[in-house]
Design a protein around this ligand. Structure first.
Ligand code: CAA
Length: 240
């Protein structure tokens, strides 16, 4: 029977590439989205992947959404916590609202996504938890105190989950994408974006599919002994 994968924020950007790749690999895929109904409908029309709407920042909504996914597709074997937002501002201008919005979505959202599927994975003695972190959680980033804090937090989450899940056949790993050609990166003012690209030794932005292929590997049986790891995919922009 096909394994079931949930990708949060799975209808756009890196998440859409992950959903599509996992479907191509033979998984039954569910893609969650927070608000963009048009993008979700287009995504389903193009890929045949079912979408489910909930806000990952809300624990009860996540629990209900995950229950709906499991009712439709079966127990979740692979969870990809990908949903994330930016609210960039230099620290002296960052508001408490910008701080909390990003923490609630990007960090608490990972808890809200993994916590409801964790007991089932423990019972079935199999699970793959893959968290999409960021190069900016590794190196920090001007105007991203909030975002970098959440992405660094992701690495602590997977290292802890890895230790708790290992005996139960569950792995938890993170991927730190560098700058990838998505709406989020294209929203950076052009002059600043050009400077960023100039600082990437590969000389280009990454493609969402390059992250999706890393996810497919971590989800596979081949990656069973990789646990608590961080894969950096950033065109040689930063080394840990
Ligand atoms: N490094 C150094 N200085 C920077 C900078 C950077 N990366 N980005 C902006 N600045 C500077 C500007 O040049 C400007 O300097 P001057 O005052 O000397 O002209 C100053 O900071 C901007 O100050 P402002 O008070 O005018 O800033 P603002 O309130 O208008 O905010 C901004 C501007 C939102 C910070 C905008 O510069 C921006 O979007 N910067 C990019 C931030 C960024 O790289 N975010 C990453 C998004 S991609 C992502 O998050 C995906 C991922 O995981 C990789």
């Amino acid at each position: 029977m096909a394994r079931v994968a949930l990708v949060t924020g799975g209808t756009r950007g890196i998440g859409a590439a992950i959903s599509t790749k996992l479907k191509a690999e033979g998984y039954e895929v569910a893609a969650s989205f927070a608000g963009n109904e048009d993008a979700a409908a287009t995504f389903t029309a193009e890929t045949g992947i079912q979408t489910f709407k909930w806000n990952v920042a809300d624990y009860d909504a996540s629990t209900a959404g995950i229950a709906a996914v499991e009712a439709a597709l079966g127990p979740i074997d692979v969870v990809v916590a990908n949903a994330g937002i930016t609210r960039d501002a230099p620290f002296h201008k960052m508001t408490p609202e910008q701080w909390h919005e990003v923490i609630d979505t990007n960090l608490t959202g990972v808890f809200n996504t993994v916590h409801p599927v964790w007991p089932g994975m423990r019972e079935r003695k199999f699970g793959r938890v893959i968290v999409i972190s960021s190069i900016n959680g590794q190196k920090g980033q001007f105007a991203q105190v909030n975002y970098a804090a959440t992405k660094a937090g992701d690495l602590g989450i997977v290292k802890s989950l890895a230790q708790e899940g290992a005996r139960a056949g569950i792995t938890a790993n993170a991927i730190c994408p560098g700058y990838i050609a998505t709406e989020m990166v294209m929203a950076i003012p052009e002059e600043i974006r050009n400077k960023i690209v100039a600082g990437i030794p590969a000389g280009r932005l990454g493609e969402p599919e390059e992250i999706a292929r890393c996810v497919a590997f971590l989800a596979s049986d081949d990656a069973g002994f990789m646990n608590g790891s961080t894969i950096s995919a950033n065109g040689a922009q930063f080394f840990v």
